[in-house]
Design a protein around this ligand. Structure first.
Ligand SMILES: NC(=O)c1ccc[n+]([C@@H]2O[C@H](COP(=O)([O-])OP(=O)(O)OC[C@H]3O[C@@H](n4cnc5c(N)ncnc54)[C@H](OP(=O)(O)O)[C@@H]3O)[C@@H](O)[C@H]2O)c1
Length: 243
């Protein structure tokens, strides 16, 4: 274990986060995956499924909307591993309707609490541990619904989708990721943004046409970039996305 690279994925008890954990652990035996879950039981059950397949994973309780939980998770990782090599900010909520255009204050606050502030405060808490890694990797699981360029085109991809609070949160997450990309560029960190594509998960009552297998691929690639890999990019498995 001491020689393994340590990866933390937030919201890995199900959906795309779970699949990223599965693919990373299966394809990269040199990695040990901490599967973040805000609920201890859900996290333990998810980790058990992958452990039964012989994969190097374990659950870590982490509610990104709760500072105490973030702090406690960082302390646990520090005392068990002493450093962190890869952080994948995957936790997310989509609370407003895909067709509706009238989000409430509560919808905005709850969406930003997880998708933006949660990702920011989790990243901040783990920076001291990432600084102990040789060339950290950060992946922000965003969405093409956060692309300003696509939204400015009346015929652009998903032009019929409302989801205003969610769209705004993912646009903000993209800026957040770029802030970290520029802050840690001098240290050689690779900080990139991943779009999973519209995927069948609980987030959208399994309405998405895509599979979690496909949705995880580009995140796994970004998490394992070499020293010559890109930073400050916004991409999906088909290639780069317009901002
Ligand atoms: N599915 C899509 O079509 C799609 C498209 C583009 C982007 N994405 C993004 O992909 C990411 C994963 O979504 P998904 O589709 O896999 O959805 P999902 O199946 O609903 O999974 C979301 C994950 O986030 C966790 N989460 C929610 N609030 C949290 C909190 N406060 N603290 C920690 N974890 C929290 C959930 O935990 P619980 O089980 O406890 O709720 C769950 O593990 C999200 O960021 C989403 O915005 C999804």
């Amino acid at each position: 274990m001491a020689s393994k690279k340590i990866v933390l994925i937030t919201g890995a008890n199900k959906g795309i986060g779970f699949e990223i954990a599965k693919q990373l652990a299966a394809q990269h035996k040199e990695y040990h995956i901490l599967m973040g879950s805000r609920d201890a039981d859900r996290g333990a059950k998810a980790a058990e499924i992958l452990q039964k397949d012989g994969l190097s994973v374990e659950a870590l309780v982490l509610d990104v909307a709760d500072e105490k939980s973030i702090e406690s998770a960082a302390q646990t990782v520090e005392s068990k591993f002493g450093s962190l090599d890869v952080l994948i900010n995957n936790s997310g909520v989509a609370l407003d309707s895909r067709t509706g255009e009238a989000p409430t204050r509560a919808t905005f606050e709850q969406t930003f609490a997880v998708n933006v502030i949660g990702a920011a405060l989790t990243t901040e808490a783990f920076i001291p541990l990432l600084e102990k890694s040789v060339g950290a990797r950060l992946v922000f699981v965003s969405s093409d619904l956060g692309s300003l360029t696509l939204r400015a085109d009346p015929h652009g991809r998903h032009s019929n989708v409302g989801a205003t609070a969610y769209r705004c949160s993912k646009a903000a997450m993209n800026m957040l990721a770029l802030q970290y990309a520029n802050r840690f560029r001098p240290k050689g960190w690779k900080v990139n943004i991943h779009n999973p594509g519209y995927t069948a998960t609980d987030l959208n009552a399994h309405s998405g046409p895509g599979t979690v297998e496909d949705a995880a691929k580009n995140a796994v690639r970004l998490a394992t970039l070499g020293d010559d890999g890109e930073t400050a990019t916004y991409s999906e498995k088909e290639g780069s996305l317009p901002w």
